[in-house]
Every structure is written in C-alpha cells, then in structure tokens.
Design a protein around this ligand. Structure first.
Ligand code: NDP
Length: 308
C-alpha cells in the first residue's frame, strides 16, 4: 500500500499554501486536487486584494502560480477525489474515487466550503458576470450601481452593509418577513439609508444579455405575483456548505458543519489539521485561507517530527 508523510485534500489557496510549506519542509506532500482544482478563485475574474499584486491578478492565474510554486518544491498532485478517510487507526487511510487506498502520517483538510446558490437557471454561468457569492471580493466592481442580495442571515446583513460603500442602492431579498441575523447586524442594516428590504420574496429568474446580468424576476411568496426589476449585480448570501462529507463525521464539526479547530489548524484528531474555508465561517478570504494553510503545514511537520 502506498504510504505518505502528508496528504493534503483540496486545492484552494489553503491547500496550495499548505503544499508549498509541506514540500519545503521535505514532507513530499501528496495533494488530492478534488473536482475543482484551484477552488473558488478559479470562478472569479480579477483578485485585487491578495497582497503582492499591486495591479491585481486573475483568480485562475493566482491559483496556477501557487500550484507551480508547490510543484517546484516537490509537491505531487493527483487529479482525483478523496471519497473517504479512516482516522480511527494510525497511520490514517485515505481512499480515492478509483478505490485506491493510501496511508498517511498526517492529513491536512483544505476542501473549502461551497457557497449555496438558489438553484435557478443560469445563475452558475453568470458567476463573474453579475452573479456573485462574495461581496468582499466583488463589491468594488459595483460602484454607483444597483445591486440585490439574497438572504436574511448575518452574512447577508454584513455584505449588504459592505456593498453600500460602493453601490448606489442595495436591495435585500428575503424569503420571510423577519431576519435570521443577530439584532446588532439587523439594526445596522435597517439604519443604512442605502439598504431597502424586499420581504417574503425570492428570485425566480435572472435576466441577462451578452455582457451579464441586467435584472431579475422577483416572486412574491405570499401571493405568487412576479415582477421584473433592474439590477447590475445579484449577490447570494444564503449560507455556505463546508465540504466535509468524505470525513464521515470523524472530526468534530460545529452546528453549521464547519470543522472545529483550535489554536489555529488543530482538529479533534491528533495528526489531522484543517485550514481555509472548511473551518472558517467568518473570514473566507483567499489570504486568510492561505495563512491558515501555512499554519496547517507547519503543525503537520511538527507533529511528524514529534513521532520520530
Ligand atoms: P445562515 O445559515 O445563518 O443564514 C442563511 C440565510 O439565507 C437565512 O436567512 C435563510 O433564510 C436564507 N436562505 C437559506 N437558503 C435559502 C434559499 N434557498 N432561498 C432563500 N433564502 C435562503 O448563513 P450565514 O452565511 O448568514 O451565516 C453563517 C454563520 O456565520 C452564522 O452562524 C452566522 O452568525 C455567522 N456569521 C457571523 C458574522 C459575524 O458575526 N460578523 C458574519 C457572517 C456570518 P431563513 O432565515 O428563512 O432560514
């Protein structure tokens, strides 16, 4: 059976950064790329807030650069999925989609979290063309524009408030007539003159032309009536789903399914580390994910050294 020092599952900024650090620490890491190599940033256009790129950089290019950097130090990539793990015995076992099993002395989980979408036609193909699930990443492109944001939780309130720095008007679309968000976040949004709420409503259709989103069809969930509205951007803030199914509940998770970590990257199982969005419901930035990937690799290296 194939045996490794370090397996990293996932290839967003967290996984790639962990790969760079683990490779430079001579752990010869094996990286399981997953079904979207490069992660969420491969679906964005320009990234303007990653330090070191004064003129911004394309998301896919940034990810390709990180991959090359990890490869230069000997990281090995496998274009496959990890379908299950066995963390009950040591060394740990990782099973791949072709049934192959690999043992490893340390495991870094960097599988990210997938933004939830509404499931309406065309929303995925319009990501980067007016549809976004990250106001912090894309808000800047909506200066003096009209935007709509879907959701009633803390993320929706935080992102709606953030969007008012750029947009001329922010409409919050919520499916009920009261918010799930904390009182403090609600009040901040209610008192912002640029934010208006559209209650008991959902987006039933996205209107677009070749350049991207031009409007939405809004459905009133009380009476079923539908109305078209102009918008330049449609933001989704209806939660994130951490990608943890393959762990089969062998790591402690919080109420929303994020991996519980302590003192940085440490999980409930010694020798297993988590980094990036799979353990972070709060910040979800490429740079914070990359930072936590660095911590996970250093922790893995220390753990393996302590076993020698
Ligand atoms: P939440 O799960 O808390 O909220 C999701 C919101 O989206 C809810 O209002 C929900 O509606 C709505 N929603 C879900 N599915 C759909 C759908 N299919 N169509 C329409 N609306 C939908 O997710 P958040 O991302 O807001 O927050 C996640 C966690 O992160 C929470 O614990 C939150 O407190 C925390 N957080 C904290 C922040 C802070 O403290 N600064 C900032 C951001 C997040 P409904 O209300 O009807 O269920």
């Amino acid at each position: 059976m194939n045996s490794r020092n370090c397996i990293i599952v996932g290839t967003g900024p967290a996984g790639y950064t962990a790969a760079i650090y683990a490779a430079r620490a001579n752990l010869a890491p094996l990286i399981i790329e997953g079904n979207q190599p490069g992660g969420q940033l491969t679906t964005t256009t320009e990234v303007e807030n990653f330090p070191g790129f004064p003129n911004g950089i394309d998301g896919p290019q940034l990810m390709e650069n990180m991959r090359k950097q990890a490869t230069r130090f000997g990281a090995e990539f496998m274009a496959t999925l990890a379908t299950s793990v066995d963390l009950k015995k040591y060394p740990f076992k990782v099973t791949l989609e072709d049934g192959q099993t690999i043992t490893t002395k340390s495991l870094i989980v960097a599988t990210g979290a997938s933004a939830k979408y509404l499931g309406i036609p065309h929303e995925k193909e319009l990501i980067g063309k007016g549809v976004s699930a990250c106001a912090t990443c894309d808000g800047f492109f909506y200066r003096n524009k009209i935007v709509h944001i879907v959701g009633g939780g803390d993320t929706a309130m935080e992102e709606a408030t953030f969007l008012t720095k750029f947009a001329s008007k922010v409409f919050v679309i919520h499916r009920r007539d009261s918010l799930k968000a904390s009182k403090a976040m609600q009040e901040r949004a209610f008192s912002n003159p640029k934010i208006e709420f559209l209650w008991n409503s959902t987006v039933s259709k996205i209107l677009f032309d070749q350049a991207g989103v031009t409007g939405i069809e809004l459905e009133n969930l009380k009476d079923g009536s539908k109305k078209e509205r102009k918008t330049d951007g449609l933001f989704m803030a209806i939660g994130h789903q951490p990608n943890t199914n393959f762990l089969n509940k062998q790591l402690a998770l919080d109420d929303h399914g994020f991996i519980k970590t302590h003192e940085g990257p440490y999980t409930s199982v010694e020798g297993v580390f988590a980094c990036g969005d799979v353990q972070d419901p709060h910040f979800r930035q490429a740079i914070s994910a990359a930072g936590s990937g660095c911590m996970a690799a250093i922790a893995a290296e220390r753990f393996i050294s302590s076993k020698m």
